[in-house]
Design a protein around this ligand. Sequence first.
Ligand SMILES: O=C(O)CCC(=O)N[C@@H](CCC(=O)O)C(=O)O
Ligand SMILES: [Zn+2]
Length: 347
Amino acid sequence: MAFLQQVKDGKFLQATLDLSLAFEGGEWTVSSGAHCQLLMRGVLQVTPADLNGNEKDIVLSSGVHGDETSPIELVQQLAEGVLKGDIIPAHRLLLIIAHPEAINAHTRFIDENMNRLFKGYNEERNIDSITANQLQQAVSLFYAGSTANTSDRWHLDLHCAIRDSEHYTFAVSPYSDKPTRSNRLFAFLQHAEIEAALLSNSPSPTFSWHSAEYFGAQALTMELGKVAQFGENDLERLAVFNAAMLALVTEPELPMLWEGDKLSVYKVTRTLVKQTDTFYFTFPANQANFTYFEQGKLLGGDEGVEYFSLEGGESVVFPNPNVALGQRACLLVKKTDVNFGEQVSVK
Ligand SMILES: O=C(O)CCC(=O)N[C@@H](CCC(=O)O)C(=O)O
Ligand SMILES: [Zn+2]
């Protein structure tokens, strides 16, 4: 069956991954009245039937890392519901299955980590850089095509962790000078029963940072459980998050009420960058995210430097000594109190 027809039938993921089918763009209206536009392979824009000027512009991306499959399954489910007219969006949506080549190869990336290629335009040297450029353009056009307030721009970039984690689900809030940590965003995390949020303290070349920094979007990298192959994901453990995401898409406005203090909030204290090939950790590369190290504990080192845990101790997130030189080898974080006002701020 031709590419576009498969998408129209709800098989967004299947068509996206079938690289033997030539890409065919198109636009059409589904039975609910929502308008769909297939902008590029894996990028579906949806506009509700009636726009009243109060809509959000919501980007939901998956598959930036090809082996992180549960978010891809969630985006496919959502896209299928919209395409079949069963899910009626109340907001403009950009649904993304980002990196078909890496997904087909069951790998995190092909030549370089695509989630480090969102600082701006990349020299087009491989499929990862070409795809990152195309995604940047798609997001830019999506936000430009709206009259909504900047504060109504959202981007949830859905991932899952490649190691165990003391928090099964957590969100990384990228650093930006713009007000991208609204109370509404953090209320969403609470309702979605996300266990923890990390507040980054410096810019990072990630997809969510790109939307926060350049478009002022309420943007998060969402870590949803642990990597597994297609069909082996326990989506039941993500059911509350999935329901919250569905409500975000279909409800005109979400409740702002807080239900206690279930969300643990951490601030990033340091980002350790691998400077030389002698970089090492004192713990195994598969150490669980959020493992806590008491003050003064030697965590690792690099040429001419040793890294010790700071006063009050620190927890390690995303430790990976095998990253390319100049890239983040881990985040070090500390639990923190936050002020939940209009904009979440660290005490
Ligand atoms: O589990 C891991 O070590 C990596 C999971 C992952 O892909 N995390 C993202 C986080 C992006 C961010 O900091 O916003 C990544 O490393 O790209
Ligand atoms: Zn990832």
